[in-house]
Design a protein around this ligand. Structure first.
Ligand code: DC
Length: 225
């Protein structure tokens, strides 16, 4: 049993790196951002406005109506919202922004806390997010904080969106990255920050393969797999 916590800002490459490392190590990858995205999507679908002032209604909606779960198929995570696979629907810029707002609400974080912990308690996982090392899995076997310069993160996000056919400009993505960085690091509840015992990896000058090998080595060196 091993729990690996990976945190970092948007576009640092956490999720692609974490997914590939989990594959090479034969363990499960859990993308917790997808859970916040699913909560945001559910609010939008139910016409519940996403704002700090509307937290009571959001919390009631999630607790009363949302059945959220994840399913792993061939090593890939699928997020299920009331039986519907929303894994693709949650990858739009609109949902990115809405997820950032909804994730600042304490009741939303509380709603998702136990779900994340119970997944990690049952299986060996690499879990990525913003507060995995600081809040969700404070006793993780290893904590890694993956980051990169904002311009580089924006360019990676832009390439990813364009490859999926989303129409955006690099400038728009950079504005979005900076705004989400600000939201994620300045919120009161579980802000994005590096845990004191986390190992920091700046991927600005690293290739994907170099980052993956570095992370896999760190995990293998623990001698638990
Ligand atoms: O990693 P992502 O872009 O899919 O995350 C979407 C939003 O959810 C992001 O703005 C921050 C938030 N989030 C969070 O607050 N805590 C997590 N563990 C994961 C994501």
């Amino acid at each position: 049993m091993i729990n690996v916590a990976i945190d970092g800002p948007v576009g640092a490459g956490k999720s692609t790196v974490a997914r590939e490392c989990a594959k090479r190590l034969g363990i499960i990858y859990v993308d917790t951002g997808a859970l916040y995205r699913s909560c945001a999507l559910f609010c939008i679908k139910n016409n519940v406005e996403i704002s700090a002032g509307n937290e009571t209604a959001i919390s009631a909606l999630l607790n009363d109506k949302l059945d959220l779960s994840i399913k792993i198929e061939d090593g890939t995570q699928h997020v299920m919202v009331n039986g519907e696979d929303v894994s693709e629907l949650i990858r739009t810029p609109e949902i990115s922004m809405a997820a950032s707002t909804v994730s600042a609400l304490p009741s939303v974080r509380a709603f998702l806390l136990e779900m994340q912990r119970s997944i990690a308690a049952k299986e060996s996982v690499i879990m990525d997010g913003r507060d995995i090392g600081t809040v969700i899995l404070p006793n993780a076997d290893i904590k890694i904080f993956i980051t990169a310069k904002p311009e580089i993160r924006a360019k990676r996000r832009y390439d990813e969106l364009v490859s999926k056919g989303v129409e955006v400009t690099l400038g728009e993505v950079l504005v979005d990255v900076n705004r989400r960085d600000y939201n994620d690091t300045h919120r009161k509840e579980a802000p994005l920050k590096q845990a004191p015992d986390a190992i920091m990896i700046d991927t600005s000058e690293l290739s994907f393969e170099e980052t993956v090998c570095g992370v896999v080595d760190l995990i293998r060196d623990l001698g638990k797999l």
